[in-house]
Design a protein around this ligand. Sequence first.
Ligand code: AMP
Ligand code: MG
Length: 320
Amino acid sequence: MTILAASPAAIAQAAALLREGKLVAFPTETVYGLGADATNDRAVAAIYAAKGRPQFNPLIAHVAEARDLDDLIVWNDAARLLAEHFWPGPLTLVLPRRADSPVALLASAGLDTLAVRIPAHPVALELLRATGRPVVAPSANASGKLSPTTPAHVAESLSDNVELILAGGKCAVGVESTVLDLTTPRPTILRPGAITREMLERQLSRVFEATHDDASPKSPGMMASHYAPHLPLRLEATTVAPDEALLAFGPDVFVKGGATRLNLSPTGDLTEAASNLFAMLRQLDQLHFNGIAVMPIPALGLGIAINDRLQRAAAPRDAV
Ligand code: AMP
Ligand code: MG
């Protein structure tokens, strides 16, 4: 891990590292972010591994210009209006993903939506321009620790897991961005932040707040649990029935030949497995089977988040 003052040369180096799939921490106006190339499945998986999150929460994709989002999400009028008014700034918009969006499915935690933002920090904007790709950047701290507002905080929390920290002083806002869901006719605040409901209501006539007892719960946690395949999942499978597809893991796959199977990681690499999880579940789910058998995945490191997601996907629908 290296800490460099955010000079043009350091920013160019950081952009090159991001394009190689490495993790780089950088300042935004809210908190320091742990950045990865949003289009690189392995790099996105490495973010979850570095943070040690026991769950796959969807991540925010950051870009430098609104037009950089044209390939990623489906715009609507409210999004255009708010983007015009509040970007660059501490407002994250949740929008439908384009079907051909190049952003890793893991970044959306398997959802059909994507959270996007243009940060208002000169270092973040220069880095995003130099990288030329969307960058996912959750707060640069280990799971359960406070969000970092100085480079020293990042180094304390993540030193082994980040290639480079771009130092750009203390973050001005210090709290995370407001997250606003624009995927339904009711714009809904999923996470309160620096852009308040009153500020949003000056642009959109009504803005709602997600509450726990909301008729249609939309809090980030609930959203994150939303993706489930149509086919039932059978976990810890040590056999596969003729009417099941197999989601395998590791080198010791018990069926050879016949059965339709995809392997999350033939070498048993959990980062590779995480990067393949949502795409492979979706692929198997489209096939004509009566269920998906999933081989055991070790509950270590990223395996904890993978198992968490599989368990939710396997739970009876009305219990999710
Ligand atoms: P962080 O990356 O730590 O700033 O957290 C990102 C926040 O945005 C979390 O609260 C996520 O649950 C929320 N978020 C990101 N993507 C989505 C999405 N597609 N739908 C709903 N919430 C999202
Ligand atoms: Mg955080």
